[in-house]
Design a protein around this ligand. Structure first.
Ligand code: GLU
Length: 545
């Protein structure tokens, strides 16, 4: 009885041969420099910014080399699987315009010749290769109870493992055919482990496309390649998939560097050429203690890609901010190419930062202010409305029912000006920022000393108010009334003898502004009045302090 018999005993239902599988996945016909890369998320119901960062890097690498980007759903971990988690992945990616050349549609149709693009549908393939490794004596069944659940097997190991702590040979690695058969006849389940060829003494060198040459201890663990449910963990599945699917560069987080030696041993055992890894640095934050830490799902709302939709950041702002993190040259490029879409900023693997970028919301907001400043009023209105339709239905109703008014608001200090306002960085702040458009102010930013004068002026002005048709007409009418009531309309004269006047024309405008908006600062009053309309403006001029 040899390894082939053991393999047959373990995998009686695996009928495919690995040669047949290899035939199904012919080598891709690539031009020089064309990158085939992938995004391989696990469906957890949550898209972390770090994952999205990888997707975005991969997307650009493929785009910039006319290469291929595919999406592979890594759903072999039953424990983590969450209903509708796939939808979250597709939703985030499609909103950000990350398009894939190959993927599986949500209703299960594979687009591309290297599918299925969902790992749970590839189990037969993994088992075929696991069987092959057993046949070749490179893998073996392990019957320790709860092999994945640690405790029991760890206890076993304490007694059976040899001293060298780098070595984690499994107690089951040398079972005979008869012993294996006995376990199987007993109905025991088993995992398949790789029979590492290393002793714990070897070191290996490997090349990372961002970090350059790295050196580490070679793997010396008989790690699980197929769990007792017949499904592989990440390491085995990705080695097979990335090979069959023709990945040339795999972008993944640098937390995988430590397991790369194990992955390389797998490639070797499988007889595959190792793929090239590009371990991207992890996005960090400066914690309260001033130290750098990984941006985390637990503490940082910005770690969740949904945050940006919920706050109403334009997707372009987020993408431009990520580009800025990937390569600091983007900022200069943006300055020199103000009206060019970000897609024209090309970068290659060598341009990706090797240093962990620090997430800084102020920077994102600055970028976003510029992105929003470039929108036309109509565009801003539409984006704001789309945001409200999803996250603030009552607001959407208002925006729709008086669309002309709100389009005008969005156009204010924007359309037809060289210097559009740069105070908005997401759509959720629009309502608060322009609260005075939605409702008459309740709090007035008026100085105590001015109250009496303001009330006097407004009583007069409101009585005589009619909607002006231009800024000039409006200002002239204010001047006439101001003069009548004893205000200086010439600032020079006012400065020479302030005691001769109740105040100057600027003061008068401030009274009107406070009555209408509640604040001493606002965009052009005439524009605000024309947005509010004659009746509402008149009502507000009746505000008293
Ligand atoms: N499913 C793995 C993850 O989400 C993919 C890692 C990789 O890109 O290879 O971390």
């Amino acid at each position: 009885m040899n390894n082939k018999d053991i393999a047959q005993l373990l995998f009686p239902n695996v009928k495919l041969s690995f040669e047949e599988i290899l035939k199904r996945y012919p080598k891709r016909n690539l031009k020089e420099n064309q990158i085939v890369t992938r995004f391989a998320p696990s469906p957890t119901g949550y898209m972390h910014i770090g994952n999205f960062f990888q997707a975005f890097i991969s997307y650009n690498l493929a785009k910039n080399t006319n290469g291929i980007l595919f999406l592979r759903i890594e759903d072999t971990d039953e424990k983590r699987k969450i209903k509708e988690a796939k939808e979250v992945i597709y939703d985030v990616l499609s909103r950000f315009g990350i398009k894939f050349d190959e993927y599986q549609t949500l209703d299960g149709k594979d687009i591309g010749n290297y599918g299925p693009y969902v790992q749970s549908q590839r189990v037969e393939i993994y088992q075929t290769f696991a069987k092959k490794l057993v046949e070749e004596g490179k893998a073996f069944p392990c019957f320790c109870k709860k092999t994945e659940g640690k405790e029991d097997v760890l206890k076993l190991r304490e007694t059976k493992f040899e001293d060298d702590d780098e070595k984690e040979y499994d107690p089951c690695r040398n079972l005979s055919y008869e012993e294996i058969k006995k376990h199987i006849d007993n109905g025991e389940s088993f995992a398949i482990r790789l029979k590492t060829q290393n002793t714990g003494k070897e070191r290996i060198k490997f090349y990372d496309l961002i970090k350059g040459e790295l050196e580490a201890k070679a793997n010396a663990k008989d790690f699980v390649i197929l769990k007792s449910d017949g499904v592989p963990p990440y390491a085995f599945a990705h080695a097979i998939d990335d090979t069959l699917m023709g990945t040339t560069v795999a972008v993944r987080g640098e937390e995988y560097i430590s397991s790369t030696p194990a992955h390389l041993e797998l490639f070797n055992a499988l007889g595959f050429e190792p793929i090239k890894y590009c371990h991207n640095p992890l996005i960090c934050k400066i914690g309260d203690n001033g130290h750098r830490r990984k941006i985390s799902k637990r503490y940082d709302p910005e770690a969740n890609m949904m945050f940006y939709f919920e706050k109403g950041y334009p997707t372009t702002s987020v993408l431009e901010y990520l580009l800025n993190m990937i390569n600091s040259g983007f900022e200069i490029w943006r300055k020199n190419n103000q009206n060019t879409p970000w897609q024209d900023f090309k970068f290659g693997i060598n341009d990706i930062t090797a240093v962990a970028p620090i997430f800084d919301i102020v920077k994102l907001n600055d970028i976003s202010k510029n992105v929003i400043a470039k929108m036309s009023g109509e565009e801003l209105y539409q984006n704001w409305l789309n945001y409200a339709l999803e996250y603030d239905k009552p607001l959407a109703k208002i925006l729709q029912s008086e669309s002309q008014k709100y389009i005008k608001l969005c156009q204010m200090d924007r359309d037809g000006t060289q210097k559009p306002r740069k105070d908005i960085y997401n759509y959720s702040m629009m309502k608060e920022n322009f609260d005075y458009i939605f409702q008459s102010p309740k709090i007035f930013e008026i100085d105590e000393d001015d109250k009496e004068k303001a009330n006097e002026f407004l009583s007069y002005y409101s009585k005589n108010f009619s909607m002006p048709s231009s800024n000039e007409e409006w200002f002239n009418s204010v001047k006439a009334i101001a003069e009548k009531l004893g205000y200086a309309i010439d600032n020079k004269l006012y400065k020479q003898n302030p005691e001769n006047y109740k105040g100057n024309i600027a003061k008068v405008c401030e009274f009107i502004r406070i009555a209408i908006t509640g604040s001493k600062n606002s965009p052009t009053l005439f524009t605000i009045m024309s947005i509010l309309g004659e009746e509402e403006t008149k009502n507000r001029l009746n505000n008293r302090f």
